[in-house]
Every structure is written in structure tokens, then in C-alpha cells.
Design a protein around this ligand. Structure first.
Ligand code: NAP
Ligand code: ZN
Length: 353
């Protein structure tokens, strides 16, 4: 049995995101049914609709920064109750038995995680549709508790942008006094600033948009560097313990690597279009100074809950611009110009209304 659900999605590569109807399964014993209140727009949604990575199976309903209310729970579901404010991030199921799932790294499930949209359920048949919709049905193990006190619309981006930055900051030992640079002040970047700050680091924003300087300070950054100014990076050689690179377009890596201290790490979070992102780097950029270039992909359920609890304790939420579903295409255009402050969030009450 399935239920018809109003949604917004794209029917082909670069097609406008437009109203459509999707089918959701009836809740099973371990499922919760969620009325979606808000869904953030991640740049990955834009990449997927543009088929930047060459693997999108249309039609798609994007959206993996979801906050909503539980409206019903299955007979054997006990973690979340009707009325609870909950979150859903980038994946909704996995095999639960492999080494990765058991370690809480479900996104790397060796049998293949079920991502929140443009993916297959564990039966390898049903397709998944994301959060640009009115409701969804998810196994309760993949549903997160939103701590009390966090505003729903501003908590939604934590489900992807929050965990994507929290995880590498923790893994690379971000601590008081560390010098951390954040490249790209968009949805992911602004969460990196807030979270690194909450861990006691001194944060410098490296941005192509000089107009974001004031906001960077308000978000907690100690310094702001407009990278488009010739020579702007010269005084920063050998400064940073950690560089968090969130840029969504191809860009040079040798210059930022020169800004690392010896033994420092630069971690790539941005995923520029595959066809254009083969950025060569000089071996000497890493070898001289024992530097490390790393990557990081979202985070598992236990760490995502840990991040949410950290945000609850520290009052950390995203800076958002709330839009109606009809404004999604305009928001995509603005994100492609770097014009985002700092996450668009869809008011999902406007879907099917
Ligand atoms: P976003 O909100 O659109 O922000 C991206 C920022 O990158 C822009 O605001 C801009 O910041 C900078 N930028 C854009 N084009 C640039 C260019 N040509 N040169 C230099 N800087 C440029 O995007 P997002 O949602 O934060 O996502 C960023 C990237 O991370 C995307 O590729 C996304 O797919 C990826 N992502 C990865 C993960 C993961 O798990 N690793 C999770 C989520 C997203 P300034 O104006 O400050 O320069
Ligand atoms: Zn995302």
C-alpha cells in the first residue's frame, strides 16, 4: 500500500523544480510517519538536478535537510513518539549488519546505503524521494531527535551542513586555540565557522565574496580574507592547523595548501562537478611540511545525534532564508552565484497548499 504525497522535483537534467506527486509507503511496524515542516537546500541538491555528477536518475525529489513532526509511529517503533520534533539527513536506511553499519558509519554501508533521494531502498527496487515534500515515512533508526530549544527551520540544515562540518572538525581534533580556515561561506561553510568556534578555534573565512565580511564576523570568525584580491593570501603562509574547503566549484588547491602549518590538514568537503574537478596538485605542496589532504562525507547516525546534542547545548543553528516551494528555482540560481546567506530553507507547508 502507498500514499500519494505532494512534492517538488525535477523531471530531467537542469529541468525546473516543479510540483509533482510521489508515492510513500504505508508505515511499517518500525517506521515513523513525519509531517515535513522544513527542508534545507543543500548545494548537492543543485548538483543532482543539474546532473553534475552524471549519476542522477530522473525524476528526482531532492532534499536531505529535513525537520518535521512525528504524526504516527509503527506498532514496534519506540524511539520517537507522535508530536516529537525530529530530523532526517542524507540517508534513510542501510544493511545494519556490515562492519561500517555496526561502527555507526552507515553512509559507507558495504551493501550500499539508501540515500534520502535518488537512491534505492534496501529491497533494491523502490526509489527514494527527498524532503521537498509534505511528508515521509522512515525507519525510526534513521530518524534523529531535535533537541529542545532549537528552532525547527534553523535546525533543518544541521542534518547535512551541520554533520558534514562537525565530523571532520572532531576527527582532526579541533580544539581551543587552533587556527582554522573555512573556504567558501555558503551553507556548509557557515556551519563550519559556527561549529569550529564552538570548539574554541580561531576561525578565518577565505571567501570570493567581499560582501560577506561583516556576516563572517557575526558568525564568529576572527578574520575574513577576500581571496579575489591579488596577494590577499600572501601574509597567511604557514598559518592554519586545519583548512575546511567547502567550495562547490573547481578551484586551485596548491595556494590553500601553502597556508597550512607543518603537519596541518586540509579537508575537502565540496564536490564540484566531476567533469571539471580534476584539479592537479603539486606533490611539493604536501611533501614540504608533512601536510595532509583529506576528504569527509557527511556522518553516521550516532555522530549526527552527537552533533545535534552539541548544537542543543550550545544554541547553534543555521542562519536561514525561508522560502516557499515556488522560489526553489530562484534559490538554485542564487546559490550558483554564491549569493546565499546562508541556507535557503523551504517552508514545506507551501507544498501542495
Ligand atoms: P553553497 O551554500 O552554494 O556554498 C558554496 C560556496 O562556495 C559559495 O557560497 C561560495 O562562497 C563558494 N564558491 C562557489 N563558487 C565558487 C567559485 N567558483 N570559486 C570559489 N568559491 C566559490 O553550497 P553548500 O551547500 O555549502 O555546499 C558546498 C559544496 O559541498 C557542494 O559542492 C556540495 O555538494 C558539497 N557538500 C558535500 C558534503 C559532504 O558530505 N562532503 C555535504 C554537503 C555538501 P564564497 O562566496 O564565500 O566564496
Ligand atoms: Zn547536503
Amino acid at each position: 500500500m502507498t500514499q500519494k504525497t505532494p512534492a517538488y522535483g525535477a523531471r530531467g537534467a537542469k529541468a525546473p523544480v516543479a510540483p509533482m506527486t510521489i508515492e510513500r509507503r504505508d508505515p511499517g511496524p518500525h517506521d515513523v510517519e513525519i509531517e515535513i515542516l522544513y527542508c534545507g537546500i543543500c548545494h548537492s541538491d543543485v548538483h543532482k538536478v543539474n546532473d553534475d555528477w552524471g549519476n542522477t536518475q530522473f525524476p528526482i525529489v531532492p532534499g536531505h535537510e529535513i525537520v518535521g513532526r512525528v504524526v504516527s509511529q509503527g506498532t514496534r517503533a519506540s524511539r520517537h513518539r507522535e508530536g516529537d520534533l525530529v530530523g532526517v539527513g542524507c540517508f534513510v536506511d542501510s544493511c545494519r549488519a556490515c562492519e561500517q553499519c555496526r561502527a555507526g558509519h552507515e553512509m559507507f554501508c558495504t551493501k550500499g546505503a539508501t540515500f534520502t533521494f535518488d537512491s534505492l531502498e534496501q529491497d533494491q527496487k523502490a526509489r527514494t524521494y527527498g524532503g521537498y515534500s509534505a511528508n515521509m515515512v522512515v525507519d525510526e533508526r534513521y530518524v534523529l531527535r531535535v533537541p529542545k530549544g532549537l528552532e525547527a527551520s534553523r535546525a533543518a540544515p544541521l542534518m547535512c551542513a551541520g554533520i558534514t562540518t562537525y565530523s571532520p572538525l572532531r576527527r582532526f581534533g579541533c580544539k581551543p586555540g587552533d587556527q582554522v580556515a573555512v573556504m567558501g561561506l555558503g551553507g556548509v561553510g557557515h556551519m563550519a565557522v559556527k561549529l569550529a568556534r564552538s570548539m574554541g578555534a580561531d576561525v578565518t573565512v577565505l571567501s570570493t565574496s567581499p560582501g560577506k565580511a561583516e556576516a563572517a564576523a557575526r558568525l564568529g570568525a576572527k578574520a575574513f580574507v577576500a581571496t579575489s584580491q591579488p596577494g590577499a593570501l600572501d601574509p597567511l603562509g604557514g598559518t592554519f592547523d586545519l583548512i575546511v574547503d567547502t567550495v562547490s566549484a573547481p578551484h586551485d588547491l596548491d595556494k590553500p595548501l601553502a597556508l597550512l602549518r607543518n603537519f596541518g590538514t586540509m579537508v575537502l568537503l565540496g564536490l564540484p562537478p566531476d567533469a571539471t574537478s580534476a584539479t592537479p596538485i603539486k606533490a611539493s605542496s604536501l611533501v614540504f611540511g608533512n601536510k595532509r589532504l583529506a576528504g569527509s562525507n557527511i556522518g553516521g547516525i550516532p555522530e549526527t545525534q552527537e552533533m545535534l546534542d552539541h548544537c542543543g547545548k550550545n544554541g547553534i543553528v543555521a542562519d536561514v532564508e525561508i522560502i516557499r516551494a515556488e522560489q526553489i528555482n530562484e534559490a538554485y540560481k542564487r546559490m550558483q552565484r554564491g549569493d546565499v546567506r546562508y541556507r535557503f530553507v523551504i517552508d514545506c507547508a507551501s507544498i501542495g497548499a
